[in-house]
Design a protein around this ligand. Sequence first.
Ligand code: PAF
Length: 286
Amino acid sequence: MYIFKTAKDLNRHLQIYRDKKRPVGFVPTMGALHQGHLSLVKRSLADNPCTVCSIFVNPTQFNESSDLAKYPRSPERDLELLHNVGCDVVFMPAVAEVYPKGLQFEDTAQLDFGSLAKVMEGAHRPGHFDGVAQVVKRLIDIVQPDRMYMGQKDYQQLLIVRSMVQQLALPVEVVACPIVREADGLAMSSRNQRLTAEQRQQAAAISDVLRQAAQWAAVHTPEEVAQKALRALEEAGLEPEYFTLADPVDLSPVHRFSEEEEAVMAFVAARAGEIRLIDNGLVKKG
Ligand code: PAF
């Protein structure tokens, strides 16, 4: 496994693949890797002769400085996990390597994500998606992958990145991969490591509520489903931020379940103590 810290060294290595027109797969991460990340790496390894995984805790996407400071970092363990799954290349740049012109890099400032960026995470974490678009654009510029693999736990992020790729006509295919869950249903997340034993138990309610919401949706209105879900999250000892039923394509809120075959997804953000967790799931099939 090759480990590069600079774009120059990474590109010297990847040029061999580009010259032979052999596709490069890319998995962007912020480290603190878990089986969810590794499932993306494995998918890329199956699809491409070369897989690059980046580990970069992007300062511009944290709207709370304490969240950035406390974001879990375990580079040595990450490298071991990547080595064990057979990852080809790891890119671990410093902040100045990704943002040589400073954090106010303007490349993505003209993008318009419309309502996609105004709801849910966009509403609760101001500036977060600007930071995500900024870093993903920089990483795509550096790695120049043919395919990029992203998890559906961050479903809204996935739609924002797809929109950016489309708006800027970037030559990369964005491949969405399923959420990987713990045995009790909790969606895997680097933040799970920070949960106390009690919070970890409470956090299992998030996926339980999503599963129940699919049943409630058969007999209740979207508003009733959301109210029941919020109550259940509170009863489990969590502090819910939102529980929203939305269209999976444009994230517009769903106010009534139609008879038509239109899919509806539920999106949830809740805090266990100071740890903020998100998850989502289909409540009505299309
Ligand atoms: O999902 C993440 O881990 C991050 O938002 C990403 C896509 C690696 C950008 O920093």
